[in-house]
Design a protein around this ligand. Structure first.
Ligand code: B3K
Ligand code: ZN
Length: 881
């Protein structure tokens, strides 16, 4: 056994939760920032927690091993080493009075902090990331979310290098020192846990705006970035103002400070962070400009700005008691930002995109070794739990409450939740209780969604009794065992149902409504509809009313019928997906058995109909005509045959393209516009349909379509069109042109870091067989920086997680490559290392030979020694199953 297996890191359990022994009344911080170190002085006023049962309990402070402790004093009396114990990440001080002030001076080295947690340097500027447990890399503190305090922060730094010094709350004082240094003092009037602390010091500029809240309070809005990026901040500012207004209108939530700031940083482990009054953003989630940002990038900026802003209430004013409750703030906030994006753009398209992500990636997580409930029961490293389950499934759970209670009651519930718990650190039970209280419903069965992992399966059959004009839906639910949990009780599953008559119109159901929400609560249950005069076609799980796998034995004709007539836009799309999945799954078997592939013309005809239907929303057409992804087909497969799925995907796309080329060409031309770029929903829809048409045309590898793509590449005045053409040409078999466009793209955009990331990603996702060699060569390219997470994600992650065909090369080279990366990153940036590991952890879903190769690489990482907690947890769970 390797050493890492012997020194097992601790498992932390929800059931062991205890209130903190001490509460904090006030936290005063002073940062002296220098080039080779930062000195942090904290003065913290503690009071024994009256709710703690042990009155003798020592003060337990969290402090990372990298902290150099320079001074510790209690009420002015310096402590010597015998007065406290420092073991691992904990400092314990016994024999304390009920009230005292602890002063602590630590020395840290932000310039050497490659983990990007705590205080670190990004491109010459100081910034912080404290969620979940980064604050303990700054000073010794009770680094847990249920310890909330008022913060006052003084930042001191060289004035020329760091003219801008920021922290949470309001700026209350500032001054210059004699030695070229200056200082600023910030005060945050709202108590907060340490994970919401933030500091920024840098040579930054900002754009300014103002928002007046519903009650007439003026808020100054500032978005900071490096000077070169100042022209890319307007969209984020517009999104911010829209979010502020939306949260007042839809949730009755006003902003509460006089200033709201966003800072863009280039080195960041995640998308963004909701620090009180001072959000810190990955540049990829805040910068947007037509020339450098694709449509999806604009939408991401809008969504992430909204998400972080919404956290001001769902997360900051009401926060989590402990990290097991992470989805309390994340699931709810994702739900809020998804409602916002739906309101700003097309609700159906937003729903389709969210569900596609959930079904491909979250369902796969449920089926893998890291499966966990929305409220996990245990963890080793909390950073490993910023997952699709916590965020996306957590959002679905909140959405189900919204569906079950209705918008109005749900709003009453959220009002009650915010009022009741303002300024508190609470649990998902508290959230559900507020919903139960306003609705008068017993939601105890519903709460299983928080405590049970896994994706429930619902098998539905229909039975029509013509004599009694009665239609019955029989439902059976079950939930497969997951890596963490063998058996599950039945969930409360809201199944939104409509019944279509022979013309495709909705049959009125109870109370005349066209959609009824059935509540499936038992393993087997039947639902009867009376007065149904013709045998209907059921439309099930409308708008994806629950995060389940629902099966109904539809014929292909019925799916085409639903595609054409369902009044539920989501289900029209889903019918198309089901039709394609059915056909492609059969073709995978044909391919495996060496049979000639023949495409069922039903799919081609259905696509033809959609292309010819001018009444349809273009964004919807583009979605409906997008084949199920290889990743989704893989998730659905019992055993993933990467090659078969890839070949079938290509074959089907090519067959459709060949049959419908003239139509695609018409669509392409009809949607080419000379209008100035705008990221509004209608223009986005038009471009998405146009570029989808181009992608079908390019599949045929005909030179005339290559000419079209080249023309688009050369003439595009926006990144959406330019990048779409680049990708199609670069991934095509026209190798000379591919090399040419890649070179010219780099030439033009080399000074735009985010565009260079796209350029890396296009090459990393190239299905041609030399992709790995290319990726390895690009790691040596001047544009690559192995310490920048955005570069790692664009190159390494895209190759390993999205280039299925090449990553899973049967010679194991993709796996070896990834393991080599992890071994290096494990020391440098454990969070990124552990995230990157995901594709290898799914080894059980592949053939025995493939799986053995993957497992061997996991073992090699395991034997490489000195594993971070992050990597250890993922590895040990992956190797245990
Ligand atoms: N709350 C942050 C996530 C921080 C994760 C740190 N490992 C971003 C967000 O969900 O809004
Ligand atoms: Zn969040």
């Amino acid at each position: 056994m390797s050493q890492s297996m012997i020194e097992q890191p601790n498992v932390i359990y929800l059931k062991d939760y205890e209130v903190p022994a001490f509460l904090v009344e006030q936290t005063e911080l002073r940062f002296e920032l220098e080039e080779d170190q930062a000195l942090v002085r904290s003065q913290v006023r503690y009071a024994r927690n009256p709710e703690s049962s042990n009155r003798q309990h020592p003060l337990l402070l969290d402090g990372h091993e990298s902290l150099e402790l320079q001074r510790l004093s209690i009420d002015g009396e310096v402590l010597s080493e015998k007065d406290y114990r420092r073991v691992g990440e904990q400092l314990s001080i016994p024999n304390l009075p009920d009230h005292f002030t602890l002063e602590c001076i630590t020395r840290i080295e932000p310039q050497n902090n490659t983990a990007l947690e705590g205080l670190y340097k990004s491109d010459g500027m100081f910034c912080t990331q404290c969620e979940a447990e980064g604050f303990r890399r700054i000073t010794f503190y009770q680094d847990r979310p249920d310890v909330m305090a008022l913060f006052e922060t003084i930042v001191v730094a060289d004035k020329q290098r760091y003219p801008v010094l920021l922290s949470n709350g309001n700026m209350v004082d500032a001054g210059d020192e004699d030695d070229g240094r200056h200082w600023v003092k910030w005060q945050d009037p709202f108590p907060k846990p340490a994970y919401l602390f933030a500091l920024v010091a840098g040579d930054l500029e900002c754009i300014d705006d103002r928002f007046t809240t519903a009650s007439g309070r003026h808020v100054s809005l500032k978005i900071f970035a490096e000077t070169k990026d100042l022209d890319k901040l307007d969209y984020a500012m517009t999104s911010l103002k829209q979010s502020m207004k939306w949260d007042e209108e839809v949730y009755g939530r006003e902003y509460d400070l006089d200033i709201f700031m966003i800072v863009a940083v280039d080195f960041f482990n995640m998308g963004a962070m909701e620090n009180k009054g001072l959000n810190i953003f990955n540049t990829s989630c805040v910068l947007a400009h037509p020339e450098t940002t694709v449509d999806a990038g604009f939408q991401r900026v809008e969504a992430v700005v909204a998400h972080e802003y919404f956290h001001n209430w769902s997360g900051n004013r009401v926060t989590c008691r402990d990290w097991f409750q992470l989805s309390l703030k994340e699931g709810f906030t994702v739900f809020r930002d998804s409602q916002f994006s739906a309101d700003m753009n097309s609700p159906t398209v937003k729903r389709i995109e969210d569900v596609a992500l959930l079904r491909t990636a979250q369902f796969a997580e449920d089926a893998g070794p890291m499966a966990h409930p929305v409220r996990p029961a245990s963890f080793i490293e909390i950073s490993n739990f910023y997952t699709l389950t916590i965020y996306e499934k957590g959002c679905e759970v909140v959405r189900m409450l919204h569906t079950l209670l209705g918008a109005e009651t749900f709003r009453k519930g959220s009002d009650l939740y915010f009022d009741r718990h303002d300024g508190q650190a609470v649990t998902t039970d508290d959230f559900v209780q507020a919903m139960a209280d306003v609705s008068g419903r017993d939601l105890s069965r519903f709460k299983l969604w928080y405590s049970q992992s896994g994706t429930p399966q619902v098998s539905v059959t229909g039975e029509y009794d013509a004599e009694h004009q009665r239609y019955t839906l029989h439902m059976r639910q079950s939930c497969p065992a997951t890596a963490d949990m063998a058996t599950k009780q039945p969930f409360l599953i809201p199944v939104a149902v409509g019944l279509l008559d022979a013309q495709g119109d909705d049959i009125p159901l109870t109370g005349g409504q066209t959609t009824e929400v059935l509540e499936c609560v038992a393993a087997e249950q039947s639902f009867v509809f009376d007065n149904i005069t013709v045998e209907p076609t059921p439309s099930l799980l409308r708008d994806f009313s629950a995060p389940v796998k629902l099966r109904f034995p539809y014929s292909r004709e019925q799916l085409v019928f639903l595609m054409q007539h369902d009044s539920d836009g989501f289900n029209r799309w889903d019918a198309a997906q089901q039709l394609a999945v059915g056909i492609m799954s059969e073709l995978v078997v044909d391919y495996q058995q060496g049979r000639t592939l023949v495409l069922d013309s039903a799919l081609i005809e259905a696509y033809r109909q959609i292309l010819n239907d001018a009444s349809l929303d273009k964004a919807m057409v583009a979605k409906v005509l997008t084949l199920p992804s290889e990743a989704y087909l893989s998730e659905l497969a019992e055993v993933i045959d990467v090659d078969a799925i890839h070949q079938v995907h290509r074959f089907v796309k090519d067959a459709i393209a060949t049959a419908l080329a003239p139509l695609f060409l018409q669509v392409y031309q009809a949607n080419t516009s000379a209008e100035e770029y705008s990221p509004d929903a209608t223009s986005v829809a038009r471009r998405s349909l146009k570029n989808l048409a181009l992608s079908y045309l390019m599949t045929t590898e005909q030179p005339e379509y290559l000419a079209l793509a080249l023309q688009q590449f050369k003439q595009a005045d926006n990144m959406t069109d330019s990048q779409a053409a680049l990708t199609l040409i670069a991934h095509s078999g026209f190798e000379a042109e591919a090399a040419e466009v890649l070179a010219s793209f780099y030439q033009r955009w080399q000074s735009e870091s985010l565009v260079v990331n796209q350029w890396l990603a296009v090459q990393a996702s190239d299905p041609k067989p030399d992709a790995l060699a290319r990726v390895e060569a690009l790691q040596q390219h001047e544009a690559y920086d192995a310490s920048n997470p955005n570069k790692i994600r664009s190159l390494v992650s895209v190759f390993c997680a999205q280039n299925m065909q090449n990553f899973h090369n049967s010679d194991g080279s993709g796996y070896r490559f990834l393991a080599d990366q992890i071994i290096v990153l494990n020391k440098q940036n454990p969070q990124i290392a552990s995230r990157l590991l995901t594709p290898l952890t799914r080894w059980k879903k592949y053939s025995a030979e493939q799986g053995a190769l993957m497992k061997a690489e996991l073992q090699r990482i395991n034997n490489s020694g000195d594993l971070s907690r992050d990597v250890f947890e993922v590895l040990s769970k992956s190797l245990a199953v």
